[in-house]
Structure formats: C-alpha cells, structure tokens
Design a protein around this ligand. Structure first.
Ligand SMILES: [Zn+2]
Ligand SMILES: [Zn+2]
Length: 176
C-alpha cells in the first residue's frame, strides 16, 4: 500500500487531528500552525470560538470512525464527517508533483481542514478497507492510527507505544 500521494496521505492529517489535544482557547490554532503545510499559503488561522469548537468536533468524528467495529458503523460515522466537507478539488504541482487538493484554496481554515481530513479518511476506507483504522493497544494510550503495513498487522499508534508494551509484557512474564 502506498500513501505517498496527497489523496491518501491526507489521512495522516485526520489521524493527527483525532489524537491532538485541542484544549480551548489555543489548542486548535496550535494544531493548525503545526500542520500549516496542509493549508493554502496565506490561510488565516484566526478562528472564532464556534470554529474552534467545530474543529474539535471534527476530531471527535474521526475518532468515532476509527473506533467503530463494523462496516455499517464506519459508514454512518464517515458520512457524518463527509457531510461537513465542502470539496472543490483542484490540481496543483506546488511541491513539484502533480496532485489534487480537495478544498478550494481561498476557503477558511476550518473548511480546508474539515474537507481535507474527511476526504483523506474516506479515500483510505473505500480503497483499503475500514479495518485499516484502529485504536492503540498500549495500556492507557487510546490514540487512533491508520494501518499502512503490508499485512495489516499494526496494533500501536507509535513505536513508542509498541516498545513500551513489549517491555510491560516482558516484565509481566518475569513476575509469574
Ligand atoms: Zn499539495
Ligand atoms: Zn499508543
């Protein structure tokens, strides 16, 4: 599986949003600033309180898709997310490679964010299967992830959680 294209790599923005601490008032702006390469140049990150709340809700919707345990639930929740998207795709080669962006470049930051994550997440679900999304198995983590491994064997959000769990399992075996 190849996530090199924007179409699928946009799912990484969705996963980041679902896992981000979006505490008011500055959490969402900090998130946007840390991910500014996803937004058209000149996009303002000054959000109203309503927009900030909507961005946080979008993160919760992504999480709801990732934790759903049946295809029917994934589709229901994915379509809730897609209903917030305002796609107006355009082709660009701004980074030297021809690819599509999903939101119009003059859209407000929230519209660009919602549209990009909804389209990126749904691309992965329809192309690679809803089982590719999951929740980290490490104790006390709870981050969601997209499984890009060849054999769909991923269980952790990060290498940190994977090795932490390996160590914990080893210690548990030593005790018994
Ligand atoms: Zn681009
Ligand atoms: Zn984790």
């Amino acid at each position: 599986m190849d996530y090199d294209t924007y179409g699928s790599s946009a799912v990484e923005l969705a996963i980041d949003l679902a896992n981000a601490e979006l505490d008011p008032p500055d959490g969402v702006v900090a998130f946007l600033t840390a991910h500014e390469e996803w937004f058209a140049p000149g996009t303002s990150f000054h959000l109203s309180p309503g927009e900030t709340a909507q961005a946080a809700k979008t993160g919760q919707l992504i999480r709801a898709v990732a934790v759903a345990e049946s295809e029917a639930d994934v589709l229901t929740r994915l379509n809730q997310l897609l209903a917030l998207a305002r796609p107006r795709p355009y082709a660009t080669d701004h980074d030297g490679e021809l690819h599509l962006h999903y939101a119009r470049p003059d859209a407000p930051a929230l519209e660009q964010l919602t549209t990009t994550v909804a389209m990126g997440l749904s691309q992965v679900v329809v192309q690679h299967g809803w089982q590719r999304l999951g929740v980290c198995s490490a104790e006390g983590c709870g981050n969601v992830y997209v499984d890009t491994s060849r054999n769909a064997s991923r269980r952790y959000c990060s290498n940190t959680c994977a090795s932490r769990s390996t160590v914990a399992a080893y210690r548990a075996r030593q005790k018994t």
